[in-house]
Design a protein around this ligand. Structure first.
Ligand SMILES: [Zn+2]
Ligand SMILES: [Zn+2]
Length: 391
C-alpha cells in the first residue's frame, strides 16, 4: 500500500461510473470535445490547476506539493476507434460506429481517480502532471501535445504511461527496460513497366511479374538481412495494377507495413528495401519509386524510469504481481513519441479475461474491465509517491 493509503470503495464506485459514461460517449482522435470537457471539470473539482486545448483536445492537470522542483508526467489516452460496438450491456456506445475498443475510457478513469486520491491525501514532494492525450490511435496526439510545449511548460522530468492488457491477470503489471512495443512504418513501391496486349508479352515490361518476384524478395530482408534474434516483420499487404483481364499492366503498386523494435532496424529495412526493389526492377528493365514513411516510433523504456515503475507497482500490488522483464509486443503505441524525447516508462496493466473472440483490444466485444480501475489508480498514486518522495 502506498503512503496515502488504499483507493477507497467510494472512489472505485465513482471511477466505474466515469468509465462507463466515457464508454457510452466515445469520440475519435482530435474530436474528443465532450471527453475533454468532462476531464477538465473533474480535475477542477479536485482542486487541480487545469490547462485545456493542449495539442488540440488535450487536457493537463497540475498538482503541486512541497518544495521540490521535480515533476513527473502521467499520461492517459482519451480517444476511441471507428468500430461498431456489438456489446449489448447498458453502457454500450451511444455514438454509432465509434467505440472505446482499446480501453482508453479505463485509462482516463484510472488517471482521474489517481488525481482525486492524490489531491485528497497524496504524500509527495514535487509536481504531478496529469496528461490526457488525444488521438493516440492516429499516432498524432503525442506529437501535437509536445509541439504545444507539454514538457517545457510543465517542467516534466520523466513521463509514464500504461495500457490495459487483456489476458494478463487483473492486479498484475508487466514491464521491461528497453523496447517494449514496436515501431510501425509504411511503404509503397511503384513499379513502372510497359503495358501491352496480353498475347504479346515480348512487347511489354510486365510489372505484375516483377511485383510478384519483388514481394517474395522483400521477405529476404528479414530472413537474410537480420539476425534471427532480431524481431522484425515486413508485410506486403496490398498489390494493385492498372491492368485489366486481357491487358498487361504498365504500373504496379505494392504497399505494406513494417514492424521493428529499434531505429537502427527501421533504417536497415528501408535501405534493404530500396536496394532490392531497384535491383529486381533493373533485372527486368523496369524502374521503380520507393516511399518509406514512419507512423509510430518504437516504445523504448529507460532503465531508471523502469526501476521506479517496478518499485511503485511492487508497493501497490505486491512483489509477485509484477513482471519486470516481460516480452515486448508487436503493436505500436503513440506514447513512444514522448519516450523518444523524455526519460520514461510504459507498462502493461492486467485487464484479465481472454484476448480472443473479438474480446481483445480493438475487438467489437471488447470492454475495459472495471476491476482493473483501483489497480490502475493505485499504481499511479504509488508511482507519484515513489518518484517524488517526501523529504
Ligand atoms: Zn488501440
Ligand atoms: Zn490503446
Amino acid at each position: 500500500m502506498s503512503r496515502s493509503g488504499e483507493i477507497s470503495p467510494d472512489l472505485v464506485a465513482v471511477m466505474t461510473e466515469w468509465r462507463r459514461d466515457l464508454h457510452q460517449h466515445p469520440e475519435m482522435g482530435f474530436e474528443e470535445v465532450r471527453t475533454s470537457r468532462v476531464i477538465a471539470e473533474r480535475l477542477a473539482e479536485f482542486g487541480l490547476e487545469v490547462h485545456t486545448g493542449i495539442g488540440g483536445t488535450g487536457v493537463v492537470g497540475v498538482l503541486r506539493r512541497g518544495a521540490s522542483n521535480r515533476a513527473v508526467g502521467l499520461r492517459a489516452d482519451i480517444d476511441a476507434l471507428p468500430i461498431h460496438e456489438k456489446n449489448g450491456f447498458a453502457h454500450r456506445s451511444l455514438n454509432d460506429g465509434v467505440m472505446h475498443a482499446c480501453g482508453h475510457d479505463g485509462h482516463t478513469a484510472m488517471l482521474l481517480g489517481a488525481a482525486r486520491h492524490l489531491a485528497e491525501s497524496g504524500r509527495f514532494d514535487g509536481t504531478a502532471v496529469f496528461i490526457f492525450q488525444p488521438a493516440e490511435e492516429h499516432g498524432r496526439g503525442a506529437a501535437a501535445m509536445i509541439d504545444d510545449g507539454l514538457f517545457d511548460r510543465f517542467g516534466i522530468d520523466q513521463v509514464f504511461g500504461i495500457h490495459n492488457m487483456p489476458g494478463l491477470a487483473v492486479g498484475q503489471l508487466a514491464v521491461r527496460t528497453g523496447p517494449i512495443m514496436a515501431s510501425e512504418d509504411n511503404f509503397e513501391i511503384i513499379i513502372y513497366g510497359a503495358g501491352g496486349h496480353a498475347s504479346a508479352p515480348q512487347q511489354t515490361i510486365d510489372p505484375i511479374v516483377i511485383a510478384a518476384e519483388l514481394v517474395l524478395a522483400l521477405q529476404t530482408i528479414v530472413a537474410r538481412g537480420f539476425s534471427p534474434l532480431d524481431a522484425v516483420v515486413v508485410s506486403a499487404t496490398e498489390l494493385t495494377t492498372d491492368g485489366v483481364r486481357n491487358v498487361i499492366p504498365s504500373t504496379a503498386w505494392i504497399r505494406g507495413d513494417v514492424r521493428a523494435f529499434t531505429p537502427e532496424s527501421q533504417s536497415r529495412v528501408e535501405a534493404l528495401m530500396r536496394r532490392i526493389s531497384a535491383g529486381v526492377c533493373a533485372a527486368h528493365g523496369a524502374t521503380c519509386e520507393v516511399s518509406y514513411s514512419n507512423s509510430f516510433v518504437p516504445t523504448i523504456n529507460t532503465a531508471e524510469a523502469t526501476e521506479l515503475a517496478v518499485e511503485a507497482a511492487r508497493v501497490a500490488f505486491g512483489t509477485d504481481k509484477v513482471d519486470p522483464d516481460c516480452k515486448p509486443i508487436g503493436g505500436a503505441e503513440d506514447f513512444a513519441r514522448m519516450l523518444a524525447v523524455k526519460d520514461g516508462c510504459f507498462a502493461f496493466l492486467g485487464n484479465g479475461g481472454e484476448a480472443g473472440q473479438g474480446r481483445g483490444l480493438h475487438g467489437q466485444y471488447y470492454d475495459f474491465n472495471d476491476d482493473a480501475l483501483p489497480h490502475g489508480a493505485a499504481y499511479w498514486t504509488s508511482l507519484v509517491e515513489t518518484a517524488l518522495p517526501e523529504r
